[in-house]
Design a protein around this ligand. Structure first.
Ligand code: ZN
Ligand code: ZN
Ligand code: ZN
Length: 373
């Protein structure tokens, strides 16, 4: 993806949009160290190092990218190299924080720092610019990142297709007598083999572990008749993430499991069907939650319905009660209700994009229980 030219996915106008948003928010400058915000603005997938790399976007004046001399070649061949932003290398004995402060107007009252900036770096900036109050820059970037462009939706779809291919391989990896860890290792290999550059998480929750939504794979041996929750995701070379949950059973599942699985499928469909511009995340959450509560399983669905996804696997908007910010076309998020009564549990998760008049699912493998063996 580091092609040396800006692409449709990382268009060059974003630096200007950040400058406008910073000015509007009353920030004298925005300081972005390596992480999703820097990548969003420049396309540069910079390494997180103790040496400072920082895009500085002043509300007035030209943006510049401060890079350690050793990282200059990487920055030059990255999309950031063709943005028209000055690259400012610093040498081992330079103080890059003082360098940034010197190039900004002195006495700026307020600056935005990347949400994921290391605390040690924020503190070094505070010492270099003692007059500047620091606020989280995420609020400035949020308005840009929350609505995905057509190119971003295409990148998320590519990620969705890749993780769908992994789910199609799962029946061949699951078998009675294997441990969760063994299956999880094979799934991690498949996540990379199917096109991701990185594995973000692999949940293989068998039997009682399926009732824990964030179960880590263990040395537990999967037995016949046990449902297994498989929730997996990774990051593509584009920078965009995948996340999908499907449910499998080695042999015949218990009858009480099938009873609530049918309720869960209906709830997941109901939340998806509620997605359209103008609807609130709270209403999308309620659409599925009401189905689960009406069937008597309300207490066993104890997490929000979903989270936004893009350059981060969890980002705005969150699909949760209390979020009343209306959905807009281009917002991308998971719909992932679950029912966890024990001694097993289930969750169905798709990534969907809000369109002009409804939703577009980016995961398309069947949501039904997959019986293995
Ligand atoms: Zn989760
Ligand atoms: Zn998720
Ligand atoms: Zn997930």
């Amino acid at each position: 993806m580091e092609t040396g030219v800006t692409t449709e996915l990382y268009p060059r106008e974003r630096v200007g949009l950040v400058r406008e948003a910073a000015a509007k928010a009353g920030l004298g400058a925005v300081l972005l160290t390596p992480g999703p915000d820097l990548r969003y603005v420049t396309g540069y997938d910079a390494k997180e190092l103790e040496r400072l790399t920082c895009l500085v976007v002043p509300a007035e004046g030209e943006a510049f990218l401060v890079v350690p001399r050793l990282e200059l070649p990487a920055a030059q061949v990255s999309p950031a190299g063709s943005l028209g932003v000055e690259l400012v290398p610093w040498d081992e004995t330079d103080d890059p924080y003082a360098l940034v402060a010197r190039r900004l107007p002195s006495g700026l009252p307020k600056v935005g720092v990347a949400d994921r900036m290391w605390a040690v770096m924020a503190l070094r900036f505070r010492a270099a610019m003692p007059a500047a109050e620091q606020v989280a820059a995420g609020g400035v970037l949020r308005g840009l990142r929350i609505r995905k462009s057509a190119a971003e939706v295409a990148a998320l779809r590519e990620a969705g297709e890749a993780i769908d291919r992994v789910h199609r391989r799962v029946p061949g990896l699951l078998a009675a007598g294997r441990t969760e860890e063994e299956v999880a290792r094979d799934i991690a290999d498949a996540i990379v083999a199917e096109g991701h550059s990185r594995v973000d998480f692999v949940i293989v929750g068998s039997g009682p572990n399926g009732a824990n939504p964030h179960a880590e794979p263990t040395d537990r041996v999967i037995r016949a008749g046990e449902p297994v929750v498989v929730d997996i995701g990774g990051t593509m070379p584009s920078g965009y993430c995948s996340d999908s949950t499907r449910n499998y059973c080695v042999g015949e599942p218990p009858a009480e499991y099938l009873a609530y699985y049918a309720v869960l499928e209906e709830a997941q469909r109901a939340s998806c069907a509620a997605v359209r511009p103008g609807t609130t995340p709270e209403a999308v959450d309620a659409a599925g939650r009401d189905v689960i509560a009406a069937a008597g399983y309300g207490e066993h669905f104890f997490h929000r319905t979903g989270h936004g996804i893009g350059l981060e696997s969890h980002e705005d908007p969150y699909i949760v009660s209390g979020n009343l910010e209306p959905l807009e076309p281009g917002m991308a998020f998971s719909i992932e209700p679950g029912i966890y009564p024990g001694p097993h549990g289930a969750r169905i998760e798709d990534i969907v994009v809000c369109t002009e008049d409804g939703f577009d699912p980016l995961n398309v493998t069947g949501r039904g229980l997959v019986i293995v063996g």
